[in-house]
Design a binder for this molecule. Structure first.
Ligand code: ADP
Length: 297
């Protein structure tokens, strides 16, 4: 289920997109001269199966350039959704996978020393702010606290990015929009109220079983009957959440199982490799997952 609310309930630089579905492999020098974000344009439609009215809600928030947080468990489609929206809205997409070492400098840029002296290099956030792209900070709360200081003036009416090291104040390009993701799991860091209240929130969960089976079929090329069987097992693992498992199998894991079946593995072996053995190191939970697997197939 997806809903929008007025307030909300990572090398460090540019992170990957699915090469099979999104980016043009290379951007030439000429592209960069005319379009600094050429490498970040999404050329082909990334496949995204909507669960509700999330496309319309994103478009509404984008029309007003409101900062958005996508909330939901890992592997449930948030990144694919942003890639799809960037393609749909014809905006470049700069993605950063945040992690505990990621600093404000990694986002905004730094002075570099080369044979010609020192020169400033914009970081991924600055590139998007200056030239007008969507900037997607994946798992923002994982980043160091100083990154939040940098994004705050971008998320209110000022729409500014101070580059203290360069003594420059960058006013955001009219097309710039900030999108972040957040996985509110019991073991994850919480998002502070002072940050949370700057964002509209789109809440994601796993797609319903029929839609999810369709996603597996499409992503892996698997027949719908076996895709549905994998999904049914995935749904069982989600019932173990809170009983030793923080999160059950993600859609991503189910897609992996489907790919392994297409590679010739029996469903049980594929699910063991992609789901059961990957989900936990706890012996009791592992045994419970194995029993569920044996019961399912
Ligand atoms: P998240 O960003 O939430 O961790 P992703 O967007 O990376 O998750 O999704 C993981 C994978 O699951 C995708 O690469 C894709 O194969 C599949 N997937 C999940 N949800 C969808 C969806 N709604 N439509 C298409 N593919 C999806």
């Amino acid at each position: 289920m997806i809903r929008i609310a007025d307030a909300g309930s990572g090398g460090p630089f540019v992170a990957s997109h699915d090469p099979a579905t999104t980016r043009r492999p290379t951007a030439t020098m000429t592209d960069h001269q005319h379009d600094p974000l050429a490498a970040h344009r999404v050329q082909r439609e990334p496949y995204y199966q909507a669960s509700g009215d999330e496309l319309m809600l994103f478009e509404a928030a984008h029309a007003r350039r409101l900062p958005l947080v996508l909330k939901g468990p890992t592997g449930c489609g948030k990144t694919r959704f942003v890639e799809h929206m960037a393609w749909r809205l014809k905006r470049p997409l700069v993605t950063v996978a945040c992690h505990e070492e990621l600093s404000a400098g990694d986002l905004v840029g730094r002075w570099l020393l080369d044979s010609e002296g020192t020169r400033w290099q914009d970081g991924p956030l600055t590139q998007a702010v200056r030239h007008g792209g969507l900037c997607y900070l994946d798992e923002l709360v994982e980043a160091r606290a100083d990154t939040l200081v940098v994004i705050h003036p971008l998320t209110d009416t000022r729409r500014q990015l101070p580059l203290a090291q360069r003594n420059e104040l960058v006013h955001a390009h009219p097309d710039f929009q900030l999108v972040v993701s957040y996985n509110p799991s019991p073991t994850a860091r919480e998002m502070k109220a002072s940050t949370r209240q700057r964002f509209c929130a789109l809440e994601f969960s796993y797609p319903g079983p029929e839609l999810e089976a369709g996603i597996l079929a499409r992503e892996a090329g698997l027949d719908i009957a076996r895709a549905a069987a994998i999904v049914a097992f995935g749904v069982r693992t989600r019932r173990l959440e809170g009983f030793g498992l923080d999160e059950g199998a993600s859609t991503r894991m189910l897609v992996h199982a489907a790919l392994l079946v297409m590679q010739g593995l029996a469903i049980t072996k594929a699910c063991r490799l992609a789901i059961v053995d990957a989900l936990t190191d706890d012996a009791d939970v592992h045994a419970a997952l194995n029993s569920a697997l044996d019961a399912a197939f």
